[in-house]
Structures are given as C-alpha cells and as structure tokens.
Design a protein around this ligand. Sequence first.
Ligand SMILES: N[C@@H](CCC(=O)N[C@@H](CS)C(=O)NCC(=O)O)C(=O)O
Length: 250
Amino acid sequence: MSQSERIVVHWLNYSRSQRIIWLLEELNIPFELKTYKRTKEFRAPLELDDVHPLGKSPVIEIIKPDGEKKVLAESGHIIQYFLKHYDPNHILTPTNPKELEEMDYFLHYSEGSLNSLLVTLLVHQFAKQKAPFGTRFLMGLLVKGIDDQFYLPELKKNLNFLENVLIKQKKELNSKYFVGNSLTGADIILSFPILTNIFSSKDSAKALGVNDIEKRWPNLNEWSENIAKEPKFIKAKELVAEYDTITPNI
Ligand SMILES: N[C@@H](CCC(=O)N[C@@H](CS)C(=O)NCC(=O)O)C(=O)O
C-alpha cells in the first residue's frame, strides 16, 4: 500500500462487514472506519446508498493520493481483491494452487449458497413477527411449512457438508482450518455465517430451526471456538465493540 493511500471501511453493526475489519487486521493494513447503525427495522440506513447504489455493507473505498477513488462491494470480491493486491507474503493466501482454488470456492460459496439460506430463514422469522394481529398463527404455519420443506433441510445439508470438510482436513492434514494448514480467506468469509449467525448465538440458531448444534456438528463448533480465540479476530471485535449493540430480534 502506498504511503498516502486511504482505505475506508463502511461498517454496519451486526453485519458481514466485521469480516473485512478482521481481514485488514490480519494483513496489517491501516484503515479508517466509518460506522453505520441499523434502523429499528434492522435495515441499513440510507446514507449507505451514497457510497454504493445497493446501500449494503461491507463497502470499501480505496482513495489514491491523486484523489482517484475505487469502491468495492460484495464480501467475496473485497476479500479476493485484498488478497490479490495486499498479501504479497501470503499471510492469508495459500501458495499451493490446489488450496488457492479451494479458498476461492469458499469465497463464492459463503455468499452464494450459505448466507442466502440464512437470510431467507431470518426474513421468515421477521415475517412471523410482522404478520398483522390475528394472522400470526397462520403466518407461523405457512413459514414453518416452507422452511421444513425446503430451507431447513438445505441448511442442514450445508452444515453436514462443512462438517465433513473439517473432518477431512483434520484427518488428512491435522488442520483445524477450512483450507490447508493455516488461516485463510476461507475461514474469514465463513466466520459470519457459521460463527456469528449460528454457533455464537445458539438461541438464534434454535429460532432459525436448528437444534443441538454442538452435538450434531461438533467440528464446526470447535472451529467456531477456535476462530473466536484468534487474536486479530478479537482485536477486530474490540475495535467496534462500542458500536455493535443490536442483534436480530428473533
Ligand atoms: N452479498 C453481499 C451482501 C451484503 C449485505 O446484504 N449486507 C447486509 C449486512 S449483513 C446489509 O447491508 N443489510 C442491510 C439492508 O439490506 O438493509 C456481500 O457479500 O457483501
């Protein structure tokens, strides 16, 4: 990174953007933090629309000394960009081509498959809460029917898949990470859906419809516990502790 380049992280409380702070801490990249607070409907505030037309977080601005500005959105793209341009010493980027491909897979999988399932389940919980008085019971039945038939079996299938990746990693490489034998972008991107959304909030996991998570997916539970102890993960959490107050009310 050149001396006077500025990196601004547009961070929203209780969001995927936490991963980007953790990523930058791991890569020892200095950054400026701009914080946003979710509305009471748990949406992003409108100011985020001024940074990127979709108004989501994370969004990153890279401002060059001559004023040229690059705006990066989409967690997987942001992580891939920083690993490609800011990780010459392979702190988080595998050197082995096979492991690089495995990491790239998870950078797409996390948002493309896993998080989209979780968002649907979360929105269904909101639907039950928002149903007009007198229709809540019916809405609950409707949502449960859809989730039981489609989304919950899919979520369990995904958790089984991830559990089996970790079992294989342990068996073949004696590794506690998703790719290779050290922390990579794969662990960083998966930290939000697995650790934040499921394993660190067991009540939320129950509300989403998955019970006994520690018993059913012990390796994912252990991975989550290990990730929560990573020093830079803790540092990233401390950096935003005063702003990170709201969690989804489900
Ligand atoms: N696919 C995007 C998703 C971004 C996204 O949906 N972010 C959420 C926070 S976790 C958000 O900004 N939600 C607020 C809203 O939609 O109002 C990514 O991977 O970064």
